[in-house]
Design a protein around this ligand. Structure first.
Ligand SMILES: [Zn+2]
Length: 201
């Protein structure tokens, strides 16, 4: 077994849905490969921590399903490549993030619009549209989920639109990046990438 085959099996093993045959093959690899062994121990710890969190039962097999749903093959390759190129880094923290983000996304299954930012008194919300009026400035990042955003004013930070659309007027000014994310899973992936790049600095 190669290391890149071992990782998905570790997730399945921890979720308790690995077949006996695969599980034996994984164990043989973990005995033979110190780096996978170390990674597996960290994942086990993370898994135990997640299970200890109060009132947050993680459905069996969820992680494997999330990983399976991350679009193939580019993203998955990037994910594995990242894990492989950062062996010393705590895989546990990434694993925890996947678990917690997927759990939070389940909690947010309702269809209401979500607006997040540090400086929301500068925005006007009309129906499903968030408006930054001309001459108004949002200090810091702004995120709109399941809605539209009309930017006539300024954003001193990043604008992120999840499952929605945006329109920038000619008077609009955004100092950071404009990110458009179309699915909740992509959103999780996007957040994971944010964390990855923060680690990589
Ligand atoms: Zn290995």
């Amino acid at each position: 077994m190669e290391c890149h085959d071992a990782l998905p099996l570790m997730h399945e093993y921890l979720d308790g849905d690995l077949e006996a045959e695969d599980s034996a093959a994984l164990k043989r690899h973990l005995i033979a490969c110190p780096s996978c062994n170390r990674m597996f121990k960290q994942m086990e710890q993370a898994d135990a921590m997640v299970r200890m969190l109060p009132k947050s039962p993680v459905p069996a097999g969820l992680t494997a399903r999330i990983m399976a749903q991350i679009p193939e093959p580019k993203r998955r390759t990037r994910w594995y490549a990242w894990v492989k190129s950062h062996p010393a880094l705590s895989v546990a923290s990434v694993f925890l993030l996947v678990m917690i983000s997927s759990f939070l996304s389940l909690l947010n299954e309702d269809q209401d619009m979500v607006v997040k930012g540090a400086n929301l008194d500068q925005v006007v919300i009309r129906g499903d549209t968030v408006i930054i009026p001309e001459g108004h400035t949002v200090q810091g990042d702004l995120m709109v989920k399941r809605g539209k955003i009309q930017v006539d004013g300024n954003v001193e930070g990043d604008l992120t639109v999840v499952d929605g659309s945006y329109n920038l007027a000619s008077t609009a000014y955004i100092s950071g990046h404009v990110n458009k994310v179309d699915e909740t899973l992509e959103w999780i992936w996007y957040r994971m990438n944010e964390v990855f790049s923060a680690f990589a600095k």
